[in-house]
Design a protein around this ligand. Sequence first.
Ligand code: AP5
Length: 226
Amino acid sequence: MEDVVTRPAVFILLGPPGAGKGTQARMLTEAFGLVQLSTGDMLRAAVAAGTPAGLAARSVMEAGGLVSDEIVLGILKERMRQPDIRAGVILDGFPRTAAQAAALDDLLAENGQTVSAAIALEVDDEAMIDRVAGRFTCAACGEGYHDRHKQTARPGVCDKCGGTEFTRRADDNAETARERLSAYHAQTAPLIAHYDDLGVLERVDAMGSIAAVSQQLARIVSRVSA
Ligand code: AP5
């Protein structure tokens, strides 16, 4: 019988701030057992822990710019060495520059892997500012909510874990969100053409409801993983 070598799937979620990358990555984790790798979450953890990388990243993140490729690649490569990623990964917020995309291609090639699909969440800029400004997160489990689009079922109580403490991100204000949006257009949006050239680009209309976007993504992941 022919040997079949299965390699972990690698999905990328591309999209501007507030496009729904984190929301949908959590859905894909629950539905498909993929491991969510969010460089934003990793950097916020480094900032909170006061590590050298966190100290260097903090002011850049607060201003809405992109953290250096060197720092981001350092923490991402470290995370990709953990054995749990064999379940397959969903990259949320990475890559964000041409250098990061090239480094990812090289990293995967070392294991004979390629990107399974890069999914571009397509949204209007103005809707993004509204989504980001209304976002809040359960302090205990990280579940994301929105003042209008995704409220807790019981006021002040997390649907997922029952937590009652919620946080808002320091960079979730309209002014910083606009800086993040312009960094996205200047440095990250060009990656869409890179993945189109590689033949792995999938486009998703992310202006619909969270459930409608989830359905589109689930269809793509099921098809690509089959
Ligand atoms: P990061 O944490 O990655 O933030 P981001 O890309 O700006 O994305 P967000 O987390 O703001 O949005 P999202 O797309 O995840 O939306 P969400 O699902 O939460 O990065 C933060 C910073 O870290 C960067 O600015 C940079 O400084 C640095 N950084 C991170 N990675 C880096 C890298 N690779 N290189 C360099 N620097 C890096 O949804 C938003 C809200 O909308 C929620 O409230 C949600 O409930 C709601 N919502 C979601 N979908 C819908 C929908 N369909 N309809 C209505 N509401 C919706």
